[in-house]
Design a protein around this ligand. Structure first.
Ligand SMILES: [Zn+2]
Ligand SMILES: [Zn+2]
Length: 374
């Protein structure tokens, strides 16, 4: 709901310098000089205190204040009230009024001045209309270019300069080991190996028990927590003051609801964790496990062999593994070494030509045989 209050403003006489003359006066009470348009334009609106203490309440006075804009006499330049037919200073006719009857200057003088009138202590948020800065991230260009530069490939001429092999013989024994797993495990007989083969692993002396497997989350009642909520907390006055262009000013105020925030206690489901136990069994079984190993190394295609461990017991066996490497030389003294399967190793000879793939950032990434005519 809007409420309006009207009061007279104050002006200064530019002829004699008298200050704070009521806007109701059309001439200076000290020197008698009529008020002119520029003095009306410079009129100061009533202060808060004036609107409160000097509000116009008398009916005829209010009519005068709301009569409309003053007009300026075309002969002597004096201000005259809207209702006057002739100039109060020189008696000139209104028809000759400058600017065709006075300029309407109903402009908002004081934009929204807020007054807190409820809930003392709850202050309005500052900076509600504060500037907001927006930071724009500008994505840089050129990453694609770097990628192209880094991975562009070219070929290098190379020759195979070295062939290396490494053969390992592993001596394994059929051994008791302690193992465990989730779920029920039952004992069962096994079979010992004969000549290093035909073995079956036994399961012996299983020991089963409930073991902590994981933690489980579950609802365990409710808990309270603090939260923030908005609510309407009374009203605030929004006021604006406009000039009636005749020495009076009208201030209009309206109540708008005000929003506050408060801390509240809310309730939510509470979650707890509890350990879950499941059946676990430890037991003894047997596995082939490495006991020792012997390695032989050499170069080229001649004399590739595996070492041995002589006569083996029934619960022993051997397994073999091999590693093979090609080394290429390029740019006179640079080398590139690649581990390869046995078949690839056997297919290459010392001194053979090869083409290496080269990337700027990663160096040599691979090799191949030259294509026909390359
Ligand atoms: Zn004066
Ligand atoms: Zn006049």
């Amino acid at each position: 709901m809007a409420t309006s209050t009207t009061a007279w403003g104050r002006w200064d006489c530019t002829r004699c310098g008298k200050r704070d003359i009521s806007g109701r006066e059309k001439r200076c009470p000290a020197c008698g000089d009529p008020r002119e348009q520029h003095e009306l334009d410079a009129m100061r609106p009533p202060s808060e205190a004036d609107f409160a203490a000097a509000a116009i309440t008398d009916a005829s006075e209010l009519r005068l204040a709301h009569e409309g804009p003053d007009w300026t006499c075309g002969y002597c330049g004096s201000n005259n009230r809207a209702g006057a037919g002739v100039c109060g200073s020189c008696g000139g006719a209104r028809a000759a009024a400058a600017g065709g009857g006075g300029r309407v200057r109903a402009q908002v003088l004081a934009a929204i001045d807020e007054r807190e009138d409820v809930e003392a202590g709850l202050r309005p948020k500052k900076g509600r209309w504060g500037r907001r800065l927006r930071i724009l991230a500008v994505a840089g260009a050129g990453a694609g270019g770097l990628g192209y530069w880094g991975f562009s490939e070219h070929d290098l001429e190379a020759r195979l300069s070295r062939l290396e092999w490494e053969h390992t013989t592993h001596l394994e024994g059929w051994q008791d080991v302690r193992r465990g797993q989730w779920g029920r495990v039952s004992a069962r007989p096994g079979k010992a190996p004969v000549g290093g083969a035909g073995e079956v692993a036994a399961i012996e002396s299983p020991h089963c028990y409930d073991k902590h497997a994981r933690d489980e989350r579950y609802a365990c009642g409710s808990e309270s927590y603090r939260d923030t909520e908005s609510y309407t907390c009374g009203t605030r006055q929004e006021c604006s003051t406009r000039s009636n262009a005749n020495g009076s000013f009208t201030r209009t105020c309206r109540s708008v609801s005000k929003t506050c925030t408060r801390s509240v206690t809310k309730t939510r489901t509470k979650y707890c964790t509890r350990p879950i136990y499941e059946l676990w069994c430890d037991y003894t079984t047997q596995e082939w496990a490495q006991v020792r190993e012997k390695t032989v190394r050499g170069e080229g295609h001649e004399g590739l062999r595996f070492d041995d461990f002589g006569a083996l017991a029934d619960d022993q066996r051997t397994t073999q593994s091999g590693r093979y490497a090609l080394t290429f030389t390029y740019d006179d003294d640079q080398t590139y070494r690649a581990e390869v399967p046995r078949g690839e190793y056997d297919a290459w000879s010392i001194g053979e030509r090869a083409i290496l793939s080269f990337e700027r950032l990663r160096g040599v990434t691979g090799y191949r045989r030259p294509r026909a005519g390359e």
